[in-house]
Design a protein around this ligand. Structure first.
Ligand SMILES: NC(=O)c1ccc[n+]([C@@H]2O[C@H](COP(=O)([O-])OP(=O)(O)OC[C@H]3O[C@@H](n4cnc5c(N)ncnc54)[C@H](OP(=O)(O)O)[C@@H]3O)[C@@H](O)[C@H]2O)c1
Length: 283
C-alpha cells in the first residue's frame, strides 16, 4: 500500500509456472495489483481467473516487449512500484555444440528482452516514492557449469548489466536487487530438455555420452535432488527486496548457492574448476 492507501502495481514476467507464478500469487495475497505476463492463451486466461491482470509477453520479440511497456504504463498510470524480471529459459549443450542462432535466442530472451522491458519501465519505476527492480538470476550467474554455456553466459551478462544499472541508479529512487536461486522445483528442467532436443544435434557430438546422462537428470524433474528447494524460498527474498527500506543487492537462495558463491570467493580458480567439473559430471 502507498501512504495514500492505494494498492501498488507490480509486474512479474514468466508467471505461467514455477517461480514467477508463485511470486505473482504471493504478491496478490500481499495486496499488490499484479500484472503477470505469460505467452499462451490458456496461461493468460488462468492468471486472469486467479485475479491477476495478465499481459502477453514474448521476450524474444521486440514488438511484444514494446506493447507490454505501453499496456503497463497505461494500466498503472505511469506509477509502477516494482518490476520482477523472472522469465527465462535454460539452453543446455556444450559450447562447441551450440549454433550461433541458438545462442542468440538464449540472449534474446534472457538478456535483450529483459533489458528492453526494464529500460521501458524505468520512467514509471522512478515515479512515486521509490520503485524496486528485482532480477531473478541464478547460481549459474555466479559460477559456470559444464554443458550450460549459453545459459551461464546469459546469466553472467544479466549480473553485469544489473550491477551496472544499480550503480547508475544509486541516486535515483529505484533500488535494484539480484536473486540467485540454486535448484528450485519448477518447469525449468522440463523446458530445458525441450530446448536441448530442439536445438542440439547431440547424436553427432563427442559429448553424446555426457548428454545421455544430463538428459536423464533433466527428465527426472519429479525426483529432485535433496538440495532442490521450493519456489516459496525465492518468494521470501522477493518480499524482502520489495518491503525493506534497504534491500540487498544480492539474495542467495538454497544451500548450493551459498556454498558455490563462497567457493568462488575463497578458492583459487584451478581448484574451483576442479570442483565444478566434478559437480558437472555428477549430473
Ligand atoms: N528452477 C530452477 O532451478 C532455477 C534455478 C536458478 C534460477 N532460475 C531462474 O528462475 C526464473 C524462473 O524459472 P522457473 O524455474 O520458474 O522456470 P519455469 O517454470 O520454466 O518458468 C519460466 C517462465 O519464463 C517464461 N518464458 C520462457 N521463455 C520465455 C520467452 N521467450 N518470453 C517470455 N516468457 C518466457 C515461461 O513461459 P512459458 O510457460 O510460456 O514457457 C515461464 O513462465 C528464471 O529466470 C530462471 O533462470 C531457476
Amino acid at each position: 500500500m502507498t501512504a495514500m492507501g492505494q494498492q501498488r502495481w507490480v509486474v512479474v514476467t514468466g508467471a505461467s509456472s514455477g517461480i514467477g507464478r508463485e511470486i505473482s500469487l504471493s504478491l496478490y495475497q500481499h495486496n499488490y495489483r499484479v500484472i503477470a505476463t505469460a505467452r499462451s492463451d490458456e496461461d493468460l486466461a488462468q492468471l486472469q481467473r486467479l485475479g491477476l491482470t495478465s499481459c502477453r509477453l514474448e521476450l524474444a520479440d521486440a514488438a511484444s516487449v514494446s506493447q507490454v511497456i505501453e499496456q503497463v504504463t497505461t494500466l498503472c498510470g505511469n506509477d509502477l512500484y516494482a518490476l520482477i524480471n523472472n522469465a527465462a529459459y535454460g539452453q543446455p549443450g556444450a559450447v562447441e555444440d551450440i549454433r550461433r542462432d541458438t545462442l542468440e535466442q538464449q540472449f534474446a530472451v534472457n538478456l535483450f528482452g529483459t533489458h528492453q522491458l526494464t529500460v521501458g519501465l524505468l520512467p514509471a519505476l522512478k515515479q512515486g516514492q521509490g520503485g524496486r527492480l528485482v532480477n531473478i538470476s541464478s547460481v549459474l550467474g555466479l559460477v559456470a557449469f559444464p554443458w550450460q554455456g549459453a545459459y551461464n553466459a546469459s546469466k553472467f551478462a544479466l549480473e553485469g548489466l544489473t550491477d551496472t544499472l544499480r550503480l547508475e541508479l544509486h541516486n535515483s529512487p529505484v533500488k535494484v536487487s539480484l536473486i540467485e536461486p540454486g535448484p528450485i522445483r519448477s518447469q525449468f528442467r522440463h523446458n530445458a530438455l525441450g530446448a536441448f532436443e530442439k536445438d542440439i544435434a547431440w547424436q553427432d557430438s563427442r559429448h553424446a555420452e555426457d548428454y545421455r546422462r544430463i538428459t536423464s537428470y533433466y527428465a527426472a524433474t519429479e525426483h529432485p535432488t535433496p538440495f532442490t528447494g521450493s519456489p516459496a524460498l525465492v518468494v521470501k527474498r522477493v518480499l524482502h527486496a520489495l518491503h525493506s527500506t534497504r534491500p540487498q543487492p544480492r539474495y542467495y537462495v538454497t544451500l548450493p548457492t551459498y556454498v558455490l558463491a563462497t567457493c568462488r570467493r575463497l578458492l583459487p580458480w584451478r581448484w574451483l574448476d576442479r570442483l565444478l567439473v566434478k559437480l558437472g559430471a555428477m549430473r
